[in-house]
Design a protein. Sequence first.
Length: 116
Amino acid sequence: MKNVLYKCIGALFAVLAFGSCNDDIDIRQDYDFSLSSWYLQKQIATGETVEIRFYLDREGDYEKAEYEIGYIQMEGKGEVSDSEGVKLVNREVRPLAEVPGLDTENPVRQIFTLFY
């Protein structure tokens, strides 16, 4: 009788211990966000510098979420720089956290400014 009881307890333990395991854990690694800016001028005079303020609206404040900034210049000959005058290189990216003046007061709405 004790043997049967031990076997039943062992089987119940095995079902509880291994029945709840799931090898298909879904770890989310992408988060929705949007990037918007102020109105952009259609025409820029030679030598004129234009301020472009960007708003990064994030779905949430996730500890290890990282963002990068870069640009591709399709036409024209201007340069893009940050608020300290450091030039961004066409077709290269850099971490958004390195952009001077990045306003992180509200972690789900970050604001930064670039100049063209």
